[in-house]
Ligand binder design. Structure first.
Ligand SMILES: [Cu+2]
Length: 137
């Protein structure tokens, strides 16, 4: 399991959601099934994908207040995924506008230059802790 380019957006004060991104490649077919984060950072972390709002069932729909970051226009929304598919040897990118790790109920603002850890829980591979750097790109 290789993870690189792990980063998160800074969060304006008053915003309670954050988003983290990384590139990941698994040696074998695997699934990312859960992500955990220290309660010093956020209450919990979820695996999300951005979808066209019209593709979503009503019960799946939820809004996040991420401010004016382009992830929340009328046509797009986000939903939690049960698992993120990691085909063997395939680069899977978590990027703004695509798959991402949602940080729910931030304990404090995410400030550029700070780091925090996420622990990735896979179906097959052992847990992996990655360091996320807060960065605005
Ligand atoms: Cu999200």
């Amino acid at each position: 399991m290789t993870v690189s380019d792990a980063w998160a957006r800074s969060s304006p004060s008053g915003v309670t959601m954050g988003a983290a991104y990384f590139d990941i490649t698994s040696v074998d077919n695997d699934l990312l099934v859960a992500v955990s984060v220290s309660s010093d950072v956020a209450a919990r972390a979820e695996i999300h994908e951005v979808v066209k709002a019209m593709d979503m069932g009503d019960d799946e729909m939820h809004d996040h207040d991420l401010g004016d970051d382009g992830m929340h226009d009328d046509a797009m929304s986000m939903q939690e995924m049960d698992a993120l598919d990691l085909p063997a040897g395939t680069l899977v990118q978590l990027v703004p506008g695509g798959y991402h790790i949602m940080l729910i109920d931030l304990a404090k603002s995410l400030v550029v230059g700070e780091t925090f850890d996420l622990t990735l829980d896979f179906d097959q591979a052992p847990d992996l802790t990655v360091t996320i750097e807060v960065s605005d790109r």
